[in-house]
Every structure is written in C-alpha cells, then in structure tokens.
Design a binder for this molecule. Structure first.
Ligand code: NI
Length: 169
C-alpha cells in the first residue's frame, strides 16, 4: 500500500517518536508499505512520521530500488559516531521541490534493530551517511531545514505558507 506522504506543517513531523517494541507481522507490513511509498516517490529514505506514524522507524535505499541488497530497515536507530563534513544538496519528501546545500558528517555509524528486532551496527559514507542523519533526525522531530541558514529556512517557510494559503500544499 502506498501511503500519502505527510508534508511539512503537520505536527507529526515535529514530534519525538515512540520506540518500536513489537517486531511482528504488523511491523513487517508497515516496513513493506514504507518501501513501496518511498520507491513510488523516488526517495532514498523514508521515516515513519512521514506516513503519519509516530514510531522510531525508517527505511533507506540509496539505490532507489535498483539493488535489493541495499534495502535497509532501521528500527530504534541511534547515531553512535560521526566524522568529517560534506556540504551537499539535500531534500526531503515532506518538503517537495526544496533542495538546499546542507552540511552533514562524511562518515556516520548507526546502531539499530532490523525488522526482526536483531541489533546491528553499520557505518556509511556520503549519501548513506547523509541518509542516516536525515532519517534519524525525522525520528527526533527534526527536519533538514534546521541545519541550513536562518534566512534560507525563513524563505522556505514563507513559500510553504503561501502555498498552504493557495491550497497548493
Ligand atoms: Ni525527509
């Protein structure tokens, strides 16, 4: 099932999420639906709050579905280390059409549980490191525009408000 993606302005995106405790069939279904939703939107990552579910869960696939081996499910992810810095354009499915140069660590190690509850630790660089940061931010109620300059952020907020008024958001 493809979920509608929740856009910036909805309170679920700015709330701390609840931990995943039940690694059951419902979670499996949710994970499958999140992948389907992410691929339909051509995204490389999707967090549960973006489908309206306030749960500490995200999916990532930096190949956008080209290589099934790169599919990642992160339940209860925590970033345990980061190093370096890269500035690159970043976007978010909840802020469609806004892409802004954003500084992120170059290399990130994350600890999480998979869809069956098994704990793992994984390191990533570049786009994967960026996705780890972007998606765990979502789970802590943060959006990427909190990492950009204030003027740029205010300009995006203004444009969104305008679109909301016009019924285009
Ligand atoms: Ni996002």
């Amino acid at each position: 099932m493809i979920y509608p993606i929740v856009k910036y302005g909805h309170e679920v995106l700015e709330k701390q999420t609840k931990p995943v405790v039940d690694f059951d069939g419902n979670l499996e279904k949710l994970v499958a639906d999140m992948f389907e939703t992410m691929y339909a939107a051509n995204g490389v990552g999707l967090a549960a709050p973006q489908v309206g579910i306030s749960l500490h869960l995200c999916v990532i696939d930096t190949t956008t579905g080209e290589d099934p081996k790169t599919k990642l499910v992160l339940a209860n992810p925590v970033i345990v280390s980061m190093e370096g810095e890269v500035v690159q354009e970043e976007g978010c499915l909840s802020l469609p059409d806004f892409r802004v140069k954003t500084a992120r660590p170059e290399r990130v190690t994350v600890r999480a549980q998979d869809a069956h509850g098994k704990e793992f630790t994984m390191s990533g660089e570049g786009l994967l490191a960026r996705a780890f940061c972007h998606e765990t931010d979502h789970l802590n109620g943060k959006l990427f525009i909190q990492h950009i300059g204030r003027l740029k952020r205010e300009s995006i907020k203004r444009k969104v408000r305008k679109m909301m008024k016009a019924g285009e958001w």
